[in-house]
Design a protein around this ligand. Sequence first.
Ligand code: BES
Ligand code: ZN
Length: 869
Amino acid sequence: MRIDVMTGSVEFQRLPKTVVPRHYALYLHPDLVGLTFTGHVICDLEVKSQCSTIVCNSAELEVTDVTVTDANGVTQRPTVELSAELETLTCRLQQPLAPGAAQMRLKFAAPLTDKMRGLYRCKYTSPCGEERFAAATQFEATDARRCFPCWDEPALKATFDITLVAPRDRVALSNMPVSREEEYPRRPELRVVHFATTPIMSTYIIACVVGEFDHIETTSDNVCIRVYTPLGKGEMGRFALDCAAKILPYYKGYFGSAYPLPKLDLIAIPDFASGAMENWGLVTFRETCILVDPVNTSTARRQFCAQVVGHELAHMWFGNLVTMEWWTHLWLNEGYAEFAMYLSTDYLFPHYKIWMQFVSECYMGALATDSLRTSHPIEVPVSNPSEVDEIFDGISYDKGACVIRMLHEFLGHEAFKRGMNLYLKRHQFGNTFTEDLWAALEESSGRPVRDVMSTWTRQTGYPVVRVSERREGTTRIITASQRRCLADGKPDADDQMWMVPLSFSSSQSPSETIHKVILSERTTEVRLENIGPDDWVKLNPGAVGFYRVQYPPEMLEQFKSAIATKVMPALDRNSLVDDLFALVQAGDSSTVDFLRLARSFVDEDEFTVWSCLLSSLRRLWPLLQHTEMLEPFHAYCRQLLRTIHKRLGWQQREGEGHMTTLLRPMVIAHLVSFNDQPTLAEAERLFRAHQEGTGTLHADLRSAAYRAVLKRGGKAEFDMMLKLYREAEMLEEKNRIAHALGSIPDPELLTSVLEFALSDEVRAQESVFVMISVSANRLGHELTWDFYKRNCQILCDRYKGRLLAQLVKSLTEDFTTEERALEVEQFFVEHPHPGAERSILQSLETIRLNAAWLQRDRQALSEYLAQCQ
Ligand code: BES
Ligand code: ZN
């Protein structure tokens, strides 16, 4: 055991490889009334070299009756040590084990907690109004060890025979289909369910569920696919079932091999910490990520459900069949699944134009996060469980997906696909390092994949490419040079460089790439032939490369009319806006310049461009929220949105595009945020008509309408909304209401929203977002931070992992002064938050960026906004 000299805590190490598991026979008996579980495991082992200790993982389990049997059938009772800190179980043997086979048997027991990890309990209400419990599992990343002692590392794959004891009238599910069932001896109300042996797999994708569910089913490619829903809601699984049935054959073609299990269940779990989890054969979902109701689900939610199904099913190959060797390579799972979900969604719903949305939903956020000094490389060393939890973040997911998309473009679809197929075939049922993927892609394409990609996955950040141009007749000579793009605009001490796949377009054919070259030095010169004197040249068409571009004013000037006339493709307009905004944050350009440029977008009608513009404006909001500039800023924003709002109206029109349908609620929601009185009034009118049954309020508009009603309301409206919350049957609807409660303009009521968030009435996984909604209200910002500080212990206990990280980040990153940064820093020094450490550092960095930004631009902004009115 090693002690970390800095923190005094125990340093985690990987399990020794002297004894490894080959097969587990796992028997689990959850008690849904007593809220405990018991079980036993018989584990077939392979002893690699003679040894007298066996170490595996176990956490918060009571372990008894441990025996170890050698290949000759000689059984011994080892002494057993459990380390709560290291989450290990160590058996010390009297007689050393010789290399070869051995077997370990043990029994275990633990409470069924409500922590949403390990084997845990979920609360639901039966159709007759009774409160009941189901049991479900969530093992990723390191929580299988909270259900049964095991070698809980992704590389220690084994096969599993799982047996569940369940009440006769409950559904019992696991990764594989049932192989046989029998009555439980002397307890006729119970049955014993045996499941078929799994393929060789990692512990983190094992799953079990026992509870009451309805299901609908279909078959696709000889695989039985089912969607399990709460009782009475089977039809709400139809959309996900249809998606899954089409995605399986699509992925079979794309990945070059069939889904390897005989069945695939997708199940909605009432209490669920993340969005969904790719357990092999038994994918678990938060209800709002899978249940779709034709009338009450919004267009955006429905699209998201298709994406989540696409993401999780991609893991059946990428992650489950071929698994990262260690969490350092987590991005192979998550980045790739994120990329593949866009492929599958595009295949299912080409009219969603999902690849355009990729840029606003994924790419821009990744660029923003990765410009922080506190970002991290995609491949990041991690050891203890809280560090592992922490990397399920925007870098692994979004930057991961972005660099894969960049590589996909660089190699071309066919070579990329061939390489992927080779990789999956070569490593099926095995484990990989990032390098293995590069090797396969290099082989299939003959391109220097490894050298290029390592610069993107092993270094933090990405470059900003500065360009300038010279003309020689019709030849345009572009000089491009790179340096790290940093949010604070200061130079990078490390002098990093990337292999940047540069691409160029010009006004002659704005959506075509006319030239490609790799920038592998600090600076390069590119000669483009046949460019007319008035032609513009733009880099990175389609925003595929993971870098920003900084143009000199003359080049920017040339883009202006192409933006106004929309001759320049939407994604290019988009990245110009976003890159400019980044320069503003860095202090290389002024906020006023940005607001001026934004005004030239009044006639814009693309969803992605608006999404980008509005997210930039939202980013300004925290700077201004406690200043006299807030109202003039709102006025500016209202003005900006007027034309597009008029064009879109309130009602969906027949035949309009999907992106228009998404744009309308986004525009209306922002007008509500910007206090646009006519919008608030109309939203409230629609709401009242809906309540009275004289009209309908489309699901797409409900969120905005609820916020509008609350913004104009007082105690009466607040109570009415709470009543609607309590009556709502559908979780999506409940969430819409709960997330709107933070809009009430009354500090006393806001305090009661915070208390409500932590009450029994709000599911643990949702209460974080209710608190965030209060914090997003100017009047609730301070309140929520104080509330957090007072309840920090309860909250930390409740939400280890991503939810906690998200909460502390949202509550703190909008502060704008150095004093605040110091206060936040001090608080977290006194109250360590393992698993949220990087988020806290990022928040501190953001607060300081805000402070500098506000100081720098305050005067000019205030003058500009005053003169706008
Ligand atoms: N493997 C993850 C679920 C997960 C996340 C487990 C964090 C443990 C910690 C799953 O595949 C996933 O990525 N889910 C996403 C949804 C997806 C559509 C982006 C999630 O939960 O946010
Ligand atoms: Zn995933």
